[in-house]
Each structure stands twice: as C-alpha cells, then as structure tokens.
Design a protein around this ligand. Sequence first.
Ligand SMILES: [Zn+2]
Length: 301
Amino acid sequence: MVLTRPYVGRFAPTPSGALHLGSLAAALASYLDAKSVAGKWLVRIEDLDPPRQIAEAADNILRTLEGFGFDWDDEVFWQSKRSDAYEVIISKLINNGLAYACSCSRKQLVNNVIYPNTCRDKLKSAKDAAIRVRTPNLEYQFEDRVQGLFIQKLAEEVGDFIIKRRDGLIAYQLAVVLDDAEQGINHVVRGADLLDSTPRQIYLQELLGFPMPNYLHIPTLVDSDGYKLSKSHCSPFITTNKASQLLVYALQILGQKVEKDLVLEPPLQILNWAISHWQSESIPKKRIVIIEDKFSITTVS
Ligand SMILES: [Zn+2]
C-alpha cells in the first residue's frame, strides 16, 4: 500500500488592503481543493513590507474570511515574525557562492529587463547592497494542474534575481519558498499572475533541498479596463453582507456548476456544498478572466 502525505494547502494574502473578488476566488479555490480531500488549509499573512501595510488590514482580512465561512487549520502564520529565518538562509546562499551582493543603482539598471550580471563575480560586501541569486542556464518546468506544462529558461528569461532588496526587505520569491517549506505546504493554489514566478521558486526549492509542491494556478481576474483586481488598483473590496452572492459568483468564475437555489443558502452551507461538488478540472484554462459587472456585485448595500 502506498501512503501519500496528507494534503496541506494555504491562502496567503498580503495585508495591503481589504480582500477583493480576486482574492476571494483564490481563497475559495485553495480551500475547496484542500477540504475536498480532507486536507489542511492554512492561512499565511504575507506582511513582509511593513510600510505598505494598512493598519488593521490583516485583522480585517481574517474577519472577512470568517464572515465568508472559511475555517483555517492551525494558527495564522505571519511573515513578519520570520526575519531571522530568512537572514540565515541568505547568509548560507552567499557563503556557498549561490548568491551575491549587488550594488548597482536603479539608474544603472534602467535599460535592462534582465540583470546583466554586473556584480556576479565581484566580491562585494552585503552591506548597502541587494542580494541576488545566481540563475543557471537551464530550463525549469512544471505541470500545472490547470494551465498545463509551463517552461522557463531561467537565466535567459529572468536572470539573476533579487532575494533581498537594498533597503533590507526580503523578496517575495524567497519568503514564499521558505514559508511553504516551513508550513509543510504540498499544494499551492493561487492566481495565474504568479505562474511566471513559479520557476524561480522551484529553483530556490532545489537549491535549498525542499520538495516541490503541486501547483494549480486559477485565472487572474481583471476588470473591463484590463487591470488585475488588486488592492493597489483600488478594486472594490468585498464585504460579508453579500457573502452568499459573492461565493456563488466566485464558484461560477471557477467553472463550478452551481445549483440555481444555492445563492439562497448561508455561506457555510454554500461552502459545504462546494466541498462535496468541487471539480478542479472545470476551472477555466485561462490566464485571465474579465469581470464586467464588478461594481454591481461588490457594492456595499
Ligand atoms: Zn549589480
């Protein structure tokens, strides 16, 4: 008999504002994918960037999730408490020659989409410098459960990328890899805007000896002007007073065949229905989905 590890998934919002429909779809997809196989669903607050955090935004996100009927396992995980762990790994990568200090100014790099490796072989102090990880001249690929095979030539298409910014902030790419490993995440369900980042994360997992999780990228929701629904674009935030309508709408966006009267049920019943009817194969194989009626569905009544 083959014993497989139990499913551990997560939802990892950045507390830079209230949840919008795009984050609800990501929360819902990751929740249903975990709960439909009796897995664990963890919540991680990606509060790496303190100056941009809006006061109480994290609490607001957690309360909104509760209002929609989501029930997370274990304690909420906070990236802001992980600085020491990130620094240990950065030092290790530098000491092993896998990462290096880059003191190029923004001005010096302005014409380069891909970093020209200026500082790669210079021995520089890590003080007042960004830290970049060396990328190998190799193809990185993975089979996404919805989007299919995704291949990226890391050195050619991305180049040596930053894992710690000059101002001391830890880069998302590194934090996400370390935290997924720390939390034992083996299934990552998130928006397709992160598809391009995945090979970088797979490379870091390989460098650090972590197992690669299974990936599922749902379409990114964009408004009719083509902007991603996001906190920075001031997309209308969702409130729990329309929880049932929003949940059913998000299920439809995720390609689920929703019964007509489901919208009349309270959020918890909708989630329970969705857990037992979840079909990840029905998620549209698209990078983006345009949301036309964002205002009518998300306005506060
Ligand atoms: Zn440099």
